[in-house]
Ligand binder design. Structure first.
Ligand code: EPU
Length: 454
């Protein structure tokens, strides 16, 4: 059986730890972006709900796919993958409960295990969730998830190693309202409600493109899901779901990251697979800063036209707003804009930690506890540095960097690629979680990078 296994590219050793970057060269060429990291693992979990095999296409070779593959396999799902074509077959016809120690060993740093709860309870009557990881960009609690599951009738027991969840009286549809339109909690509701008895109505749901793609998958499987205006989703539970055949939407976060890389390094990158439809808010902002782009049927070309970049005031938001995951690479571009920019982060309370390394590289970035955007957010009256004031342009110089999280790490990397001199980057493995073959892509774009053992 073939499977997805992620190793560091550009080196013979999967243990390589240190990346040396010689900055100052524009990134030029083309990259191919495949299925979205924030959809594919959830689509794989959805296959657990079926009574027949499912087929997923456009699957990227990233760490999160490897983690979910392992988690599904230890629960009895047969996973057959072709990493080259990106085709994945998932057969859930013989699932069973896995040992807690095995789940703990395979869950890695991912937050996906929490989304296995509903499907595993439907299949096996119980689920175990180890203590969760994920990027260090805030507290990242799971209280919405647990509250939602309790409302469906699940019994949640906290144990010293994680959470045991069972449904002794079955799962029943519920009327639910999320305190914030959480992507994960909305997915939790969808993946649980489709086979729950009766009707579920969710208010204040997330409506990101990845949520719509998951709904399309569940509908193919036989689910009845209606998306109303004003963030309301209604799910009519059915007794049985079949499999699906689906091509995952492209990763709009990876697309936006390469777009920022083109701007930061004064380069020119064609992102094959990038979909304009899912990038509207990003493209508007890119244009306002002075970035150029042109769209065709296969992707989007992004480039720096040679004139001065403009500063701007930006607020991250849930879809259809400017996505939080686009913020970090774009902040690096704003260090090159002529004037003062303000970025107000309203989704995560602690997503500016990565700016400390940028400051060491010469950037001028002040963090504030106040909401500096046009509207106050839920972090405003609390003690979080969630607004950034960025003054530019500055000359970035190479530095020693340790990657803090996925998007922050990519941002450090493109800052190093634009900087004068040499940077050394550790902790680079984190980037494998969401950027497929990123070392090969960097080298293909002409980056002067070398991976070695520490
Ligand atoms: N929240 C809670 N309680 C919960 C769940 C969420 O307070 O039980 C809060 C979070 O702390 C955060 C906010 O709600 O402040 C939004 O979190 P959300 O649940 O929407 O995020 P998520 O589902 O954990 C996904 C992506 C993130 C992306 C966000 C927002 C995946 C695997 N992750 O996270 O992606 O930033 O939605 O769009 O889909 C990334 O790709 O780098 C990344 C972090």
């Amino acid at each position: 059986m073939a499977t997805f296994r992620v190793v560091e590219e550009g080196t013979s050793s999967p243990m390589a730890k240190l990346l040396t970057v010689q900055g100052g060269k524009p990134l030029e060429g083309s990259v191919h972006v495949r299925g979205a990291k924030n959809l594919v693992p959830k689509a794989m979990v959805a296959a657990l709900l079926g009574s027949e095999p499912s087929q997923l296409r456009n699957v990227p070779e990233i760490k999160d796919v490897e983690i979910v593959t392992n988690l599904l396999q230890i629960h009895g799902v047969k996973v057959d993958a072709d990493p080259v074509t990106g085709d994945l077959t998932l057969d859930p016809r013989d699932t069973y409960s896995a040992a807690h120690s095995e789940i703990d060993a395979y869950a890695g740093d991912s937050r996906i295990p929490i989304l296995l709860c509903g499907p595993l309870m439907h299949q096996n009557g119980e689920a175990f969730i180890p203590d969760l990881g994920g990027c260090r960009i805030g507290d990242r609690p799971i209280n919405y998830h647990l509250e939602v599951l309790r409302n469906f009738g699940a019994v949640v027991d906290k144990t010293p190693t994680g959470i045991h969840i069972s449904a002794p009286r079955g799962l029943k549809g519920a009327k639910l309202t999320l305190p914030f339109p959480s992507v994960g909690a909305t997915e939790q509701v969808l993946l649980t409600a489709v086979l729950a008895e009766g009707i579920t109505e969710l208010d204040n749901a997330a409506v990101e493109p990845e949520i719509h793609d998951l709904i399309a998958i569940l509908q193919q499987m036989g689910a009845i899901i209606t998306v109303y205006t004003d963030r309301v989703i209604r799910i009519e539970g059915v007794e049985r779901l079949s499999g699906y055949k689906h091509r995952a939407i492209a990763d709009r976060n990876e697309s936006a990251s390469w777009a920022s890389a083109a701007l930061v390094t004064q380069g020119d990158i064609y992102v094959k697979g990038a979909a304009q439809r899912d990038l509207t808010a990003f493209l508007n902002t890119y244009r306002k800063i002075g970035g150029e782009f042109s769209v065709d049927d296969e992707g989007i070309r992004f480039w720096h036209a040679g004139h001065a970049l403009k500063p701007l005031v930006l607020e991250t938001d849930v879809h259809p707003g400017f996505m939080t995951d686009w913020q970090q690479p774009l902040v690096v571009a704003l260090t090159q804009a002529h004037g003062v920019s303000i970025v107000h982060e309203t989704v995560y309370e602690n997503r500016f930690g990565f700016t400390e390394a940028l400051e060491r590289m010469g950037a001028s970035i002040q963090l504030h506890r106040e909401c500096l955007g046009s509207s106050p957010c839920r972090f405003g009256q609390r003690n979080f540095l969630h607004s950034a004031v960025i003054s530019g342009p500055v000359e970035l110089t190479g530095a020693e960097i340790n990657v803090p999280d996925l998007r922050g790490g990519f941002s450090h990397l493109i800052a190093a690629l634009a900087a004068k001199g040499t940077s050394t980057v550790t902790g680079i493995e984190v980037i494998n979680r969401g950027y497929e073959h990123f070392m090969d892509k960097l080298i293909g774009l002409g980056a002067d990078v070398e991976m070695s053992e520490r």
